[in-house]
Design a protein around this ligand. Structure first.
Ligand SMILES: CCCCC/C=C\C/C=C\C/C=C/C(=O)SCCNC(=O)CCNC(=O)[C@H](O)C(C)(C)COP(=O)(O)OP(=O)(O)OC[C@H]1O[C@@H](n2cnc3c(N)ncnc32)[C@H](O)[C@@H]1OP(=O)(O)O
Length: 290
């Protein structure tokens, strides 16, 4: 009994670094997980340079970290980025453009899994959005219960801008934070909101001047549950989220089939190819390579 108490204490004191999913290029961990010894709040930092784009390994690392947080009795989870400019650039376009079919199936299933894991995480969740959060980056943030964002960044589900329609369950995340009329307009326009606009419409809850302040505001949000019974809180959250979650769970295979057909269609592949090339070109010109 005493031994397990001490072990738990050590686990809280010592930052836990997730080493299971490493970047193959640099052998650095794709997520960094630290648990604050005083508050018991876990901070999960996305750490896949250059822009934290979501490939299979990064998403698996996020899921493993969430499982670990739920197992180590952390009081809450703050999702943030180790990169000062980009919270998360969304899905890794390398996984969607000219994909290997078997890998694409696995990729899409893990994408569904990461959304479910964040959506159903039993502890309070908050996103400290310390950089741009387009598409899948916005999705991670909206799956959390609270969002604090740094100024002069952008956030939004911009899929229509690169020729994609967001799947139904992705749209549900937007509908959980935005009024229907606004969500419809923003989704069809593929709008990227500036930080100020995002606060104005309620896509984010607060603005912070620095990453430290964003983390502190997220901690304050998590502390706001100190008087709630953790089990009752978690069951209430699950109950409220149940209809959205069920829409995906009830037809995961159908969603996979629909998405694979959609992603593989020549028109979408061409559009995505052009979008990705423009992105690379922009990056090359920035680096003075062209
Ligand atoms: C019914 C069936 C529906 C099926 C639909 C299928 C899919 C849609 C549904 C799901 C929702 C989610 C979709 C997505 O997330 S798709 C990804 C969309 N992401 C974006 O559009 C963001 C693109 N990136 C940017 O805008 C910028 O990079 C940035 C994030 C604002 C950062 O800007 P910064 O100036 O700091 O960096 P660079 O632009 O110079 O980029 C550096 C480097 O990273 C590469 N890169 C950027 N984003 C991605 C990415 N998402 N995937 C892979 N690679 C990316 C970029 O090319 C540069 O690399 P290089 O080697 O060229 O230097």
């Amino acid at each position: 009994m005493l031994r397990s108490k001490i072990l738990n204490r050590i686990r809280l004191l010592k930052p836990v670094i997730d080493r299971r999913c490493m970047s193959s290029a640099s052998k650095t961990p794709l997520t960094l997980l630290e648990v604050d010894d005083k508050s018991g709040i876990a901070t999960l930092s996305l750490n896949r340079p250059p822009v934290n784009s979501l490939n299979i390994d990064l998403m698996n690392s996020i899921i493993e970290s969430i499982t670990e947080i739920e197992g180590n009795k952390s009081r809450g989870l703050i999702l943030t980025s180790a990169n000062d400019r980009v919270f998360c650039a969304g899905l890794d376009l390398n996984e969607l453009h000219k994909p290997n079919q078997e890998r694409l199936k696995e990729f899409w299933a893990v994408f569904q899994d990461v959304w479910l894991a964040l959506h159903l995480c039993s502890v309070p969740t908050a996103a400290a959005i310390n950089g741009h959060a387009p598409a899948g980056g916005c999705l991670l943030a909206t799956a959390c219960e609270y969002r604090v964002m740094l100024p002069q960044m952008t956030i939004g589900l911009n899929e229509t801008q690169f020729g994609y329609m967001a799947p139904k369950w992705v749209m549900l995340s937007y509908l959980s934070v935005l009024p229907r009329r606004l969500a419809e307009r923003a989704l069809t326009q593929g709008k990227l909101f500036t930080t100020a606009e995002a606060l104005d419409v309620g896509l984010v809850d607060e603005i912070a001047a620095s990453k430290e302040e964003a983390l502190a505001k997220c901690s304050t949000f998590i502390d706001s549950f100190s008087k709630a019974n953790p089990l009752a809180r978690s069951l209430t959250k699950k109950q409220i989220r149940e209809p959205d979650v069920q829409k995906l769970i009830a037809d995961r295979a159908g969603d996979l089939k629909e998405c694979l057909e959609y992603i593989n269609s020549p028109l979408l592949q061409d559009g995505l190819g052009a979008y990705f090339e423009a992105l690379k070109q922009k990056s090359r010109s920035k680096a003075g390579k062209s």
